[in-house]
Design a protein. Structure first.
Length: 224
């Protein structure tokens, strides 16, 4: 059996229509009744509330986007496919799928377990699958985004450590196991601000460090 270690970095939706659609859904709290108060709340808070909801689209594969994908087979070098601002997300997925296919062991093409750190719904794999569907980029390998039906083809370090449906950060597991944490100068919350600054190198470094830590955690969890 071969293992594919995978981690993605995402940003909020880049389609201006998404922001407009979100703003149209913003409403004042239900405890405000007077029209004057409703108008005042909307004038003072609607744009901020819409901004906060828009930022959360980085967790929504139907609207958010992928900017970097770090990955590695077994003990091989961790690689990262990424894009600069203004470059095509579809091209990024195409580059990634081509690179994986070229690196994939021919004899193990149907015997690969993807290792991620997510949750019971395998965030990285589901987001990758959803973006592939949206952009009509067919994956070059079976993504197996549904852990409930593909348990033997995916390994989630979060579930393995904390149990089904429970949350634990990769950073917390690393600290428990004495493994160097990937959370150094950057965390996931910094990805969008750093992308806006053009700090792609920093994002790539962070993305790669996540996969390095993920692989070490996985090895410990399976006593390898």
């Amino acid at each position: 059996m071969s293992y594919l270690y995978l981690d993605i970095e995402t940003i909020p939706a880049q389609n201006d229509q998404v922001k407009a659609d979100i703003l149209a859904t913003i409403k004042p709290p239900g405890n405000i009744k007077k029209q004057e108060s409703l108008d005042k709340w909307m004038a003072e808070n609607s744009e901020q509330a819409a901004e906060e909801k828009w930022l959360k689209t980085s967790f929504d594969g139907g609207r958010g986007e992928i900017i970097a994908i770090a990955w590695a087979f077994d003990d091989n070098e961790v690689r990262c496919n990424f894009r600069y601002r203004g470059e095509s997300e579809a091209d990024l997925l195409c580059w990634f799928y081509d690179a994986v296919t070229q690196s994939m062991y021919a004899s193990a093409i149907n015997d690969i377990t993807t290792v991620i750190h997510g949750s019971k719904d395998l965030f990285d794999l589901r987001f990758l699958y959803q973006r592939s569907v949206v952009l009509k980029e067919k994956p070059s390998f079976k993504i197996n985004q549904d852990s409930r039906y593909n348990g033997d083809k995916t390994f989630d370090t979060m579930t393995a450590w904390a149990g089904w449906g429970n949350f634990v950060s990769l950073n917390a597991i690393c600290k428990s196991l004495g493994i160097e944490s990937p959370k150094g100068e950057m965390t996931g919350a910094d990805v969008w601000p750093e992308f806006q600054k053009g700090n792609i190198a920093g994002i790539v470094k962070y993305n790669i460090s996540d996969v390095v830590a993920l692989r070490e955690v996985h090895k410990r969890l399976i006593f390898k």
